[in-house]
Design a protein around this ligand. Structure first.
Ligand SMILES: Nc1ncnc2c1ncn2[C@@H]1O[C@H](COP(=O)(O)OP(=O)(O)OP(=O)(O)O)[C@@H](O)[C@H]1O
Ligand SMILES: [Mg+2]
Length: 514
């Protein structure tokens, strides 16, 4: 049905409801983004599933969030259930093959998949401020904190590091406030308390190392299929801000790390953003503008972003305008807002003289959708009433045992499972404080030494009876290694801050004008 330049979505129907023709998504335009919408239970997840299958079979890696756990079945072979076989016949999918897909499970909490982590410095002050819902003034302080960390070579890896840095800044509030303005002990204290809340919400697991390597979500299998990364998001959904911030971070990482490719034959990666409204719910305009910008620019990196949400009104117009491939499932039209959504959805399509879009949207059956994809020269196809094909993989969730087995056998098994806690801001600031104390103690001691009679007592800082002048005793035996480590840390943080500076260029300018 579909060749290797397209993905088979389903079959469109004539006005008398008989078979018309196959509807495909051209891989060539897979990076021109997409939208899957529809009310609850209308077939969004299954549409996502068949698109992900299609991309994987075409060798395109996929990243998607699994909100209800029902997408996980994509890792298992499907079964010839009656209603699926019937659907396959209706859409002339012949042969209807069953297949299991190469899935890597991920989980920010490390329970239902490999842990995904990012470092605090990778996340940057802007996204962290959004994550913590900071005020503009507090965001300003966060920016200063990151700047100080850069200047003083303090690595920010986990939340412990950020806490330590903020505590340090609170102590030096007067000095730092004089330099940068607007930093007071109580204002820093307020941020510290917000950070505690974030920790209590389970974000501690997410920040740290080993951080996710983008290459690991861009894998293909030996037989040329794209890996499907499935992010367990059921628990994550209880913290929608963490969910949205994480996906935004991932998108900006992809943007930063991938080279320009122009218009590739097929996407380098496809990203499904389920419950996409969470990204935009009470987001400041500047953030929305920036999402719009990232979505627009990421296309030339070969990344396709597909938003999945119930209501097309959930997506800001500027973003909506960029989503070339559309699958619109049924919408209800009882309330005025619902009616508006239907009209909006209908108006975004290139009309089909055979039917009225707005009417049909409310009449579509389960697993049926209005479909329009980009065809020659990237022009949207005329909208078609389409029965969506059944999936080749399992419909519905996998069992915990199946999941466990797949996690053990995954290609990244063992790579992320153990958190690493290397020397970073927390340890460095602790050491600094200790060194300061030691120095003070030593000074006191040497003061006392002046009153010690040479050659008597155990004061080893006193001149030895036999030796002449000797070098001052080292304060601690690992002094050298501490210095070395500090230098290495500075180098590392400079290295990473250079990379981060670019990210802040894309998402960082958000800090202004919010
Ligand atoms: N293309 C299809 N072929 C066969 N059956 C389908 C298809 N799409 C949907 N269905 C049937 O409809 C059910 C609901 O679909 P799905 O889970 O995709 O809805 P949804 O829009 O994601 O709902 P929710 O908003 O609750 O997540 C599926 O479990 C399946 O039985
Ligand atoms: Mg669903």
């Amino acid at each position: 049905m579909a060749d290797d330049t397209s993905i088979f979505i389903g079959a469109s129907r004539k006005p008398d409801d008989s078979y018309q023709r196959a509807e495909n998504l051209l891989l060539q335009y897979g990076n021109r983004h997409g939208l899957v919408t529809g009310a609850t239970g209308t077939g969004k997840t299954v549409s996502l599933q068949i698109l992900a299958e299609g991309f994987s079979n075409a060798g395109v890696p996929v990243f998607c969030a699994d909100i209800k756990g029902d997408l996980s079945g994509i890792a298992m072979m499907g079964m010839p259930q009656d209603f699926l076989v019937k659907r396959a016949e209706q859409v002339k999918l012949d042969p209807y093959d069953f297949q299991e897909f190469p899935v890597i499970f991920w989980d920010l909490f490390g329970e239902q998949g490999h842990p995904i982590r990012a470092t605090v410095s990778e996340m940057g002050p802007l996204l962290l401020s959004r994550l913590m819902n900071l005020s503009e003034a507090q965001e300003g302080i966060m920016n200063i904190a990151f700047r100080i960390a850069d200047e003083e070579g303090l690595l920010l890896l986990d939340l412990k590091d950020l806490q330590a840095l903020l505590a340090n800044i609170a102590e030096r509030a007067e000095e730092i406030g004089a330099r940068y303005g607007n930093v007071t002990k109580p204002s820093v204290g307020a941020i510290q308390r917000t950070l505690l809340v974030l920790e209590q919400q389970g974000a501690t697991n997410f920040f740290g190392e080993p951080a996710l390597r983008i290459a690991d979500i861009m894998r293909t299998t030996r037989d040329g299929r794209g890996a499907i990364s499935v992010l367990a998001a059921d628990k994550l959904m209880m913290n929608p801000r963490l969910y949205a911030t994480f996906l935004l971070w991932l998108m900006s990482e992809l943007f930063e790390e991938l080279p320009e490719v122009g218009d590739p034959d097929k996407p380098k990666l496809v990203f499904f953003f389920d419950e996409a409204h969470l990204l935009f719910d009470d987001a400041p305009k500047v953030l929305i503008d920036r999402v719009e910008q990232v979505v627009r620019l990421i296309r030339s990196k070969g990344v396709g972003v597909y938003f999945v949400t119930q209501n097309p009104l959930d997506i800001p117009e500027t973003v909506l305008a960029q989503l070339g491939n559309r699958v619109q499932h049924a919408l209800r039209a009882y309330t005025p807002r619902e009616q508006k959504a239907v009209r909006t959805a209908a108006e975004t399509f290139r009309p089909n003289p055979d039917f009225d879009c707005a009417t049909v949207i409310t009449q579509l059956g389960t697993g049926e959708a209005l479909v329009s994809t980009l065809e020659a020269k990237g022009v949207p196809s005329m909208v078609q009433r389409t029965l969506v094909r059944p999936p080749s993989s399992r419909l519905g969730p996998i069992t915990p045992d199946e999941r466990r087995k797949l996690i053990t056998e995954s290609p990244v098994s063992g790579q992320y499972d153990q958190a690493i806690d290397r020397e970073s801001a927390f340890e460095m600031l602790q050491k600094k404080a200790k060194d300061a104390l030691d120095a003070e103690a030593q000074q006191q001691e040497s003061g006392r030494s002046r009153w010690t009679i040479p050659g008597f007592g155990n004061d080893d800082s006193a001149p030895q009876p036999t030796g002449g002048r000797r070098a001052p005793a080292p304060r601690s035996s690992n002094r050298q290694t501490v210095a070395e480590a500090a230098i290495k840390s500075v180098v590392r943080s400079v290295g990473s801050s250079v990379g981060r500076a670019i990210v802040r260029g894309i998402l960082g300018s958000l800090a202004r004008g919010r």
